[in-house]
Design a protein around this ligand. Structure first.
Ligand code: AMP
Ligand code: GLY
Length: 432
């Protein structure tokens, strides 16, 4: 049996672990904390610093691993995939150089501009001595997104009308980022509905997953601070109720273009490419790329996959695409009280025996100690419902929240008919 080493220990990695085992591989885990969901599926695991490439390689070599999958972005930025590849172990994750698509928003936006992948908002990148130019750019645009260029766990971007009240606050925030990082990205604020398209890549071909919509805002009705994502849903037929065929084709076309231009200058992309898109009045635009599965979006797509994606990537056979069960899914994250700003550690107890058949649980930023589960500073437990419709899947996920105890909260509105209708009305209004 082939051995897969999985690096990471969030809910996304719990879903990857489940899929690895489902397709008949022996799973090994390298984690920074003991994730009870992953531990259950592993033959063996090691707790350590997942950013330490040397430790990852030594573990993989000791096991004689047939391939390595890296779940989160931070090890990609730390060059873990490069070290794995140097040791001639196949890695289903891109190199550090290619992962700049995610780890440097400057790289990603400049790549799109240079290669005329014309699905980006107006943007400028400013260095520390350009604060006057920053102010002028913000004055000209008024409504902006202010972004650190590096990784911030989804919590660094602030947008006027959401986390920023006006252009003056945008200037203040841009100034803070400049002081800290010596560089800031300012973009025109785009108006529309966001969606995620993830695709598997084997270096040549790309196989898309069902579309997903994530919910970044901490609180119901899309208010509050940005989070890593509070929950997500997907629909039957790979689509979403507010996305047109043209939107879908354009989004997929953008991913294909990116893979092709990267191949020319930076190498073949192997792993998962994630596009965050926004459907606007002027068509689809790219918000950002990620070099890995989304979290929670991985949870919506991986349980539905029918083909052995690991084998297809390793054998470079993705040209025939990948099949998914034709179902809808809803994922809800339970997060510690006070998250994301002042999360409070809590003990968590779960009664999995009460969950129904079409309900799944994935453990996120929790750890197990003496048989007890505790939350940390971030999202704790993800609950997934799978059904024929989004509405039914929502009810399943919501019902499961009753069987998880702890000082946690979640968004009840994700996947409800009311929220989906709001999305549909929003896009109609924008595009009328
Ligand atoms: P990012 O970290 O780039 O995904 O940004 C986090 C969130 O900020 C996105 O999911 C969007 O909701 C929002 N955002 C980022 N860029 C823009 C933009 N140009 N216009 C409007 N909203 C944006
Ligand atoms: N769901 C957002 C992300 O994974 O970056």
């Amino acid at each position: 049996m082939q051995k897969i080493l999985l690096i990471g220990n969030g809910a996304r990695e719990n879903a990857i672990a489940e899929s690895v085992v489902k397709f008949g591989y022996e799973l090994y885990g390298f984690m920074s904390a003991k994730n009870p969901g992953i531990v259950k599926l592993c033959r063996e695991y090691k707790i350590g610093n997942i950013l330490d490439a040397e430790s990852a390689v030594n573990f993989a070599k000791g096991l004689n691993a047939d391939a390595v999958i890296i779940g989160p972005e931070a090890p990609l930025a730390a060059g873990v995939s490069d070290k794995i590849l140097e040791n001639e172990i196949p890695c289903i994750s891109p190199t550090k150089c290619l992962a700049r698509l995610e780890t440097s928003k400057e790289f990603a936006r400049n790549l799109m501009k240079e290669y005329h992948i014309n699905a980006y908002p107006k943007f400028e990148i400013f260095k520390s001595d350009e604060i006057k130019e920053v102010f002028k750019f913000i004055d000209d645009l008024q409504d902006v997104a202010v972004k650190p260029i590096g990784l911030t766990g989804g919590k660094g971007v602030k947008v006027t009308g959401k986390q920023l009240n006006n252009a003056e606050e945008a200037k203040t925030y841009a100034g803070e980022i400049l002081k800290k990082d010596n560089v800031v990205l300012i973009e025109e604020k785009l108006e529309g509905e966001e969606f995620t398209l993830q695709a598997f890549c084997d270096g040549e071909n790309l196989a898309p997953c069902p579309l997903v919509q994530d919910h970044k805002s901490a609180y119901e009705n899309d208010v509050g601070p940005n989070t890593g994502g509070m929950g997500s849903y997907s629909d039957k037929n790979l689509m979403l109720p507010f996305v047109t065929r043209t939107d879908y084709e354009d989004a997929l076309g953008n991913l294909k273009k990116v893979i092709n231009v990267l191949k020319k200058d930076y190498g073949k992309y192997i792993g998962i490419l994630y596009g965050q898109f926004i459907a606007t009045k002027d068509g689809v635009k790219v918000i950002e790329f990620n070099a890995r599965f989304g979290d929670p979006e991985a949870l919506n797509v991986l349980p539905l996959i029918k083909d052995n994606w690991i084998e297809k990537i390793l054998d470079k056979k993705l040209s025939s695409g990948l099949k998914f069960e034709n179902k809808a899914t809803v994922c809800k994250y339970l997060v510690p009280a006070g998250y994301p700003e002042n999360p409070v550690k809590t003990e968590i107890s779960v009664d999995e025996s009460k969950f129904g058949n079409n309900s799944k649980i994935y453990y996120a930023n929790v750890y197990e100690e003496n048989g007890k589960i505790f939350s940390t500073h971030s999202r704790a437990i993800a609950l997934l419902g799978i059904a024929e419709t989004i509405e039914e899947a929502e009810k399943i996920a919501e019902n499961s929240t009753k069987f998880v105890k702890g000082n946690l909260y979640h968004r009840k509105d994700i996947g409800t008919k009311e929220l989906i209708n709001k999305r549909i009305e929003h896009i109609k209004k924008i595009r009328k």
